[in-house]
Design a protein around this ligand. Structure first.
Ligand code: 5AD
Ligand code: SF4
Length: 458
């Protein structure tokens, strides 16, 4: 069998798309390989969210170029940069064989066949609208031996955040019909998957026949599903029904990723985020009341056009108030076609040194807060769904708590088992400990947040 290597950049949507590419190509005789050196086909599934992500593509392409001369490997680019650049990318990179957009994943085997048989260079970047788009269905066989899986609930984004390129690379929102989603979930649990993460650029605006909260409820009700997660959400689509579900449905995990972007209302207006800081805080208060101990994570941009010291201070104040469990923070990067890039000079470009200094200050505080959460677990037992061997030491196990905290531990639990782990050490982004006993955690032993305090701290 000939071999395909896929290099995936960016978010969970891209990870899921890469999985669908492997499955589609397998049907036409391609086997996946973990190394580009023995690949006959190399695909880069790309991200264009920030300028840096695009530069990463160009340097990776340079690294794969020799494979073409050495082994005649074909090279293709998919994902968001492909959608944005289309045929321009073929012109820019003369050794590239083909370019395909996110909507063309199902057609990939056909594209590869044409490239090989007809010896043509292709760019397939057509949009498919909601009436013609069919979501590629995951093949559960590929999930065998895994505890967790992403399931696509929707694609695209109808928001117009002024910094964001996603509406131009992923198109308008299309929700996947609820029955298709549940069928995929049933297939995944039949091969042993325990945790389902529903994904979409703006997943909580799901409209595939039922509300998003109802979709989560039905996913949780599928036989074999033990944990349900979802990402990513927009604060303005965070409904009361969804908040109430956190009080009702224990299988929905106590973690909410809710990008706030800025703590200043005037920056939020220019970002076209359509909520205020007050609204955001109100949503969080209700979420925390519905599920005490819920882990709140976020995304923050600093150096957005026109961001003053005062605006930035408001972001710092918000961070102090919320104490996020974890946050991804970025320096604003102007993206083609977006409103903020067009208004950059009018609104006022923030000098790079100022933006870097703000990011450094912000990240120091974010790290402190993360560490507080993780350190507070020392001496407690946490519930862990085992996902595989630890990345740093294959003798150890790796898994996550309900709050999505990473845990590396000594123990003998199998992938897919849920066990209790006594936490001995913490860093700002992981826990380390020892499995307690050898049997799966008893449901009765589990606290609401999956955390049990020990009466004796060892
Ligand atoms: N510049 C910097 N960060 C961005 N993000 C999205 N677009 C940009 C941009 N132009 C960040 C947002 C978003 C996350 C996925 O990436 O914080 O939530
Ligand atoms: Fe990249 Fe597109 Fe995902 Fe954004 S949505 S991270 S641009 S793949």
């Amino acid at each position: 069998m000939r071999k395909v290597f896929i290099h995936t950049f960016g978010c969970q949507m891209n990870e899921a798309d890469s999985a669908r590419m492997i499955e589609a190509l397998a049907k036409s005789g391609w086997a996946p390989t973990g190394s580009p050196d023995d690949a006959d086909l190399v695909i880069l599934n790309t991200c264009s969210i920030r300028e840096k992500s695009e530069q990463k593509l160009l340097s990776a392409l340079g690294r794969y170029r020799p494979l073409k001369a050495e082994r005649g490997a074909r090279i293709g680019v998919g994902g968001c940069v492909a959608q944005q650049e289309k045929t321009r990318l073929l012109k820019k990179v003369p050794y590239l064989d083909f370019v395909f957009g996110p909507d063309q994943v199902g057609k990939l085997p056909e594209i590869v066949r044409r490239v090989e048989e007809e010896n043509v260079r292709l760019a397939e970047t057509e949009w498919l609208d909601s009436s013609t788009y069919v979501f590629p269905q995951a093949d559960p066989d590929f999930a065998r031996g895994r505890a967790t899986a992403f399931v696509t609930a929707m694609k695209g984004c109808n928001n117009v955040c002024s910094f964001c390129i996603v509406p131009y690379t992923r198109g308008r929102e299309v929700s996947r019909p609820v029955d298709e989603i549940l069928e995929e979930v049933r297939g995944l649990t039949s091969v042993g998957v325990k945790e389902i993460t529903l994904i979409g650029q703006n997943v909580n605006s799901y409209a595939g026949g039922v509300s998003f909260a109802e979709l989560l409820r039905r996913t949780a009700a599928v036989d074999g599903v033990e944990r349900v997660r979802f990402t990513t959400s927009h604060p303005h689509d965070l409904s009361d029904e969804l908040i109430a579900l956190f009080a009702e449905e224990p299988k929905v995990m106590p973690h909410f990723h809710l990008p706030v972007q800025s703590g200043s209302d005037s920056v939020l207006v220019r970002m076209r985020r359509t909520y205020t800081v007050e609204w955001y805080l109100d949503r969080l208060e209700k979420l925390r009341a519905a599920r005490p101990g819920i882990a709140i994570t976020t995304d923050i941009i600093v150096g957005f056009p026109g961001e003053t010291d005062e605006d930035f201070q408001k972001t710092m104040d918000l961070v102090e108030r919320v104490r996020f469990e974890n946050a991804f923070s970025f320096i604003y990067s102007p993206r083609p076609r977006t409103a903020a890039a067009r208004h950059l000079h009018e609104w006022g470009e923030v000098p790079r040194e100022t933006a870097v200094a703000r990011l450094v200050r912000l990240q120091a505080v974010l790290r402190e807060h993360s560490f507080e959460y993780y350190a507070s677990c020392i001496g407690t037992q946490v519930e862990v769904l085992v996902e595989g061997p630890s990345r740093y030491d294959p003798e150890r196990r790796f898994g996550r708590t309900p709050e999505n905290r990473v845990v590396n531990f000594d123990g003998d639990a199998e992938v897919g088992q849920t066990v209790m782990v006594r936490v001995d050490e913490a860093t700002p982004n992981s826990l380390s400990g020892v499995q307690v006993g050898h049997s799966p955690a008893e449901p009765a032993q589990r606290g609401d947040s999956g955390r049990v305090r020990l009466s004796v701290v060892s």
